[in-house]
Design a protein around this ligand. Structure first.
Ligand SMILES: [Fe+2]
Ligand SMILES: [Fe+2]
Length: 332
């Protein structure tokens, strides 16, 4: 990942052009000059996002073979396949910054790049499929809608496509939970138990509080991030409380109440020590998720080899076809 070094006077001009683009809320494109720390921050963020989509297939993928009906299976399969697609758009966006997907995969598999903490929690019942759609994809939407206006063009454009699909994910989850809430008392209890487990980890998806998020300010100055962690968390809580009421579930936070003065809900503090532990690798499923991803990568080696051989062969065929003929008859 190298850029040709610019002379100092040139560099000043380039930096000024970059700053002006950011100030106009315009997009930076791959061909544009950008400061190295901006590039590095983007690579880290987009890669982490791509890894989250791919690792995020596992918790729900766990239930595809045990879906309660053909309809539920079709919905879940479509959703999990969408997540694979999101991962691919994002790896492609990241590659425009001069890194390869193979390098990024290596960084994930060796634990040098992270993915979202939420996917290190287990899925213990089919209600979790609904809760993940409602809360986890719901939180992802809160995070991702502002990213459609992020300053780096390929990332913003990938997010526009992704957000359309995320809204389907959220709705299918909510619809599943609503169906279960209209069912038996056992089904209602399954939903409540699932919401109890996922509520706090979902709040942690927005990252540590603003006071403990050292890189946030710089990312906001660069227009990579548009809102702070705490702003987005608040937005998510305000959006989710009326949905929980409509569902008839209780959110497991005794401190949750409407604050007339602020015009927002007050809510309790997530367990930040738990978030730190999960990020460090000590969550309930970290080892399992990475082991599964490594095995899937090794199992797929033959596909990568075959695709590479096919691409080489096709390139060779094209070169031969383009070569002048010796028969003098031309041909086409
Ligand atoms: Fe996604
Ligand atoms: Fe999703």
């Amino acid at each position: 990942m190298t850029t040709t070094p610019a002379r100092p006077d040139q560099e000043e001009r380039l930096q000024a052009a970059f700053d002006a683009t950011i100030a106009r809320h315009d997009r930076i494109e791959p061909r544009d000059w950008m400061p190295d720390p901006y590039r590095r921050t983007l690579v880290r963020q987009i890669a982490q996002h791509a890894h989250s989509e791919i690792i995020g297939m596992q918790p729900e993928g766990n239930w595809i073979g045990r879906a309660p009906s053909l309809r539920r299976k079709a919905i879940l399969l479509a959703k999990v396949q969408d997540e694979a697609g999101h991962g691919l758009y994002l790896y492609a966006a990241c590659e425009t910054l001069g890194v390869s997907r193979a390098e990024l995969t290596e960084l994930l598999l060796t634990g040098r790049q992270k993915y979202s903490s939420i996917f290190n929690y287990p899925t213990l019942s089919y209600a979790d499929v609904g809760t993940i759609g409602w809360l986890v994809d719901g939180a992802a939407i809160c995070n991702q809608v502002p990213l459609c206006r992020t300053s780096y063009g390929p990332y913003g454009r990938a997010m526009i496509r992704i957000c359309k699909e995320e809204s389907f994910h959220q709705r299918q989850g909510y619809e599943l939970l609503m169906t279960m809430m209209r069912g038996t008392s056992e089904q209602r209890a399954m939903v409540q138990e699932s919401v109890d487990r996922f509520w706090w980890p979902a709040l942690m998806m927005f990252g540590p509080p603003d006071t403990q998020s050292p890189n946030s300010e710089r990312s906001m100055a660069w227009g990579i991030k548009r809102n702070s962690n705490d702003e987005l968390r608040q937005k998510f809580v305000d959006m989710t409380v009326p949905q929980a009421e409509a569902l008839g579930v209780t959110l497991p936070d005794p401190g949750l109440r409407w604050n007339e003065e602020r015009g927002h809900h007050d809510f309790g503090e997530p367990d930040w020590a738990e978030l730190a532990a999960v990020i460090r690798g000590d969550g309930p499923c970290n080892a399992q998720r990475l082991a599964h991803r490594r095995a899937a990568h090794e199992d797929g080696a033959w596909v990568r080899e075959a695709a590479t051989a096919f691409a080489e062969r096709s390139a060779q065929d094209r070169t031969e076809a383009a070569a002048p003929t010796t028969t003098g008859e031309g041909g086409r």
